[in-house]
Design a protein around this ligand. Sequence first.
Ligand code: ADP
Ligand code: MG
Length: 505
Amino acid sequence: MKRFTQHMMEDNRIIRGRDAQRMIVDTAWEMAEAVRATLGPRGMDMMLVDRMGNKVLTNDGATILKALETRDPIASIIAEVAKSQEQNAFDGTTTCIIIMGELLRRADELIGRGVHPNAIIRGYRIGLDQALEAAAAASIEKEPYEAGVAAATTAITGKSAEDFVEVLADLCARAAMIAKPSEIKLLSIPGNSKDAHLVEGLVVMKSPMTQGMPTKAEGPILLMESELGPPQAQININDPEKIQQIVEMQTKYMQEIMERIKENGIKTIFCQRGVDSRAAQWLRKEGILAFKNIKRSDMMRLSVATEGHIISDPADINKEDLGYGVAEVHDSVNDYVSIRGAETNAASIIMPAPTEQSAEEFQRALEDAVGVAYLCVQEPLVVKGAGTIQAQMYNAMIKQTPDDTVNSKVEAARLAFAEALLVIPQTLAESAGMDIMDVSVRMRADPNLGVNVHLMELMPMNVFEPLAVVRSALTSAVENGVSLLRTHSIIMAKPIQEIFASAEK
Ligand code: ADP
Ligand code: MG
């Protein structure tokens, strides 16, 4: 045992008790500070410069936290929290990290006043239950589409896509009614953003293989992995008779394949590789719509959407492997084809943008917007944002009288939790240059107010967020904050460089 401890001390650094707690709280607080300025539509951008000197401007909490992650173990845990919030709820990452930082800061104060972490954890858990109950009670039920539009509108506001918010929020909500976010593809093309539109089904950015093919086809769909053409002879042959023989064999082979395609009533072909030019002409004459050089990822999505298997050998064409659907060619700046299977569970938003940079920004804004719209379609309950929901939760919690069994330290932690919620309206007010004290006092008195960051005033605001985002951000702030509070010791392995340095001495 002694040898084990000695070994631990040599190679690792052990930080215990209060020191460990301070280190955790400080890191969480610093990371919350780093993203505070980006909260809300008046939030500032941050410039991130990586080791290679690449610069990115962003006000996305998760992106900033990823950059701060470095090699600090605590910082990487906090960055993980942000990532999982984004994966679960598509939004609310900055909110989650700011609230977690605030909860830990207040916990640290309570610990300093002699409150045991366990009492704090108990108080925070009670607080979480009460706050979630209050949020559910304050939520507003809408029609799924309306809820989706409302949430998407909030997500797009404050970003560069804001100028087209009406068109885009409608597209996001309609897409979310059809498909899961993972099945909604956002396609940027050069053009005017007001022409954005929704296509039901998948979209592949390809024109038909040759002119003269039909522009719409319904029926069996062939998905081919290999080249659609005769097998290539590799040997060097000079004998004209042999060459003639090979050409005949190839022609016969192709005829068989084409016969198979016809027999199976195939109407559309997507080929991952090339297609022989004679084959292409034959397909055109037969009125078959065909596309070549399709990306592997698109082939996979086509397979899911049309319920067809990707075939690797043209000789294997058979009914069981074919997909089914409607393929339609649309002409725009870049031609594209839309494909709808028997059940439409995919959608594509075609998003024209004037520059590459704006295309990227629109893409990011739409990803969030589609995500929150989807949450709303699944559970059409929204709450009022702009700080209102946090003031409502605070107010409901303050009105609760503690029951006799709860001790005063737990109660102190519950009240600290309620206060911590107000950090959101305070931060929004701060970003707009408003007086924080004044905002806090007035929002406590009237929980229906929200922060109008443009007019720099408190007033009832029609900014809606999915209840699911608020619930997820708060739950994850508390659960992760609690597990950090529970951490009593940190054992840090000596960085590898230090081990090498001492070995060299
Ligand atoms: P997060 O990563 O937490 O989603 P955001 O930067 O998107 O961070 O900011 C979200 C906060 O901004 C929420 O509290 C939301 O209610 C608020 N908000 C969004 N739109 C508005 C608006 N138009 N006016 C005031 N507050 C807004
Ligand atoms: Mg957001």
